[in-house]
Design a protein around this ligand. Structure first.
Ligand code: OSB
Ligand code: MG
Length: 369
């Protein structure tokens, strides 16, 4: 059984080692909301992936904190659940807010796996000891800078290079990267910056042998993606616009894309992510594990989820040392030759660096039943 005795809500701010530009903005630091659930004499930890402003999807950190404190935690504190899925059911009548609900669910999975003394990935049904990873590279100042940063990451062994693009900066970086590296697995991610009126521009990318084009159209759209997919050859990969198993089924049935970037937080947690994974498999569509510039906590969750069999393309879960001078966990999460080792201990197999957190936390609150 899973008895939830108390919770901690923590916020830390970490400077990013690189400037990360996407079609929706520039990031130079990461605000990391954390939830720790205590029970069974253990703790389970999860990271929220919503941001300060609703630029990726609609959720925000402030909104999530309010929901956790006032709405979600009161429903689970002091209560006992059969397993993490039963705990998630306690939040089942709430609409949306998948990332906020995922914080509770994912912390519960970590706690449950620690209670059972098994690695989280194994508990979810995964069997891999390491997972294939690529990198997501932000928009660079020019073609030469693009080729340089691609080269550095290819040399580090990353198995797929994803370039962020935006209208006016799409064919140029792709052409430059493809000419310099004819054989790499190359993809692009537009984060919803285009419309069907840009079909010509997107079709021009067909020439560069991309594995997929990620989320070119609106964050909440499926039908226009299906229309675009009829007009271009490169498979579309859906990120923003798949937030549930039902979305995944509809998207694949209407041929809105052939690949899903599966982010556990975006779909409401591990159990829902596994359902999305299974639906994609039943359509013969591969998934891969996306990232949201997570700290070691979210990164470890992502790595465990990626051990499921239909994660057939390299994920965005690259080495933690790419992002942070100092991470908030005690363990390194480092890929070698494009393979990220799955932490082998119980749960996520990683632990909060409490001394570092105490020093940098901008918020640290405890909540009891
Ligand atoms: O669209 O996949 C995305 C980061 C923030 C918000 C959205 C996205 C991303 C990334 C970064 O691509 C992936 C990572 O390195 O974690
Ligand atoms: Mg994306």
């Amino acid at each position: 059984m899973l008895k939830i005795e108390s919770a901690e809500v923590i916020i830390v701010r970490l400077p990013l080692k690189f400037r990360f530009e996407t079609s929706f903005g520039v990031q130079t630091e990461k605000v990391v909301p954390l939830l720790v659930l205590h029970g069974n004499g253990l703790e389970g930890v999860a990271e929220g992936t919503m941001e300060a402003a609703p630029m990726y999807r609609e959720e925000t950190i402030t909104g999530a904190l309010h929901l956790l404190k006032a709405v979600f935690l009161p429903r689970i504190l002091g209560k006992t659940f059969a397993n993490p899925e039963a705990l998630y059911d306690a939040l089942g009548d709430f609409r949306g807010n998948k990332m906020a609900r995922a914080m509770v669910e994912m912390a519960a999975w970590d706690l449950w796996a620690r209670t059972l003394e098994v690695p989280l990935g194994q508990l979810l049904g995964g069997r891999k000891e390491r997972v294939e990873v690529g990198v997501s590279l932000g928009i660079q100042s020019d073609e030469q800078a693009t080729v340089d940063i691609v080269r550095r990451h290819v040399e580090q062994g990353y198995r797929r290079i994803k370039l962020k693009i935006k209208p006016g900066w799409d064919i140029q970086p792709v052409r430059a990267a493809r000419e310099a590296f004819p054989d790499i697995k190359l993809t692009v991610d537009a984060n919803s910056a285009y419309t069907l009126a840009d079909t010509g521009r997107l079709r021009a990318l067909d020439e560069y042998d991309l594995v997929y084009i990620e989320q070119p159209l609106a964050w909440d759209d499926l039908p226009d993606h299906a229309e675009l997919q009829k007009r271009i050859r490169t498979p579309l990969c859906l990120d923003e616009s798949v937030t549930s198993p039902q979305d995944a089924r509809k998207a694949l049935a209407m041929h809105a894309g052939g690949v899903i970037n599966l982010k556990v937080s975006r779909v409401g947690g591990h159990a829902e992510a596994r359902r999305v994974h299974d639906i994609a498999a039943s359509f013969g569509a591969p998934v891969w594990c996306g990232g949201m510039l997570e700290s070691g906590i979210g990164r470890a969750h992502n790595i465990h989820l990626s051990t499921l069999p239909n994660f057939k393309l390299p994920g965005d879960t690259s080495s933690a040392s790419r992002y942070w001078e100092q991470d908030i966990i005690n363990e390194p999460l480092e890929a070698a030759d494009g393979l990220m080792p799955v932490p082998s201990g119980p749960g996520t197999g990683v632990s909060l660096n409490r001394e570092f957190i105490a020093r940098i936390a901008e918020l640290h609150e405890e909540q009891h039943a």
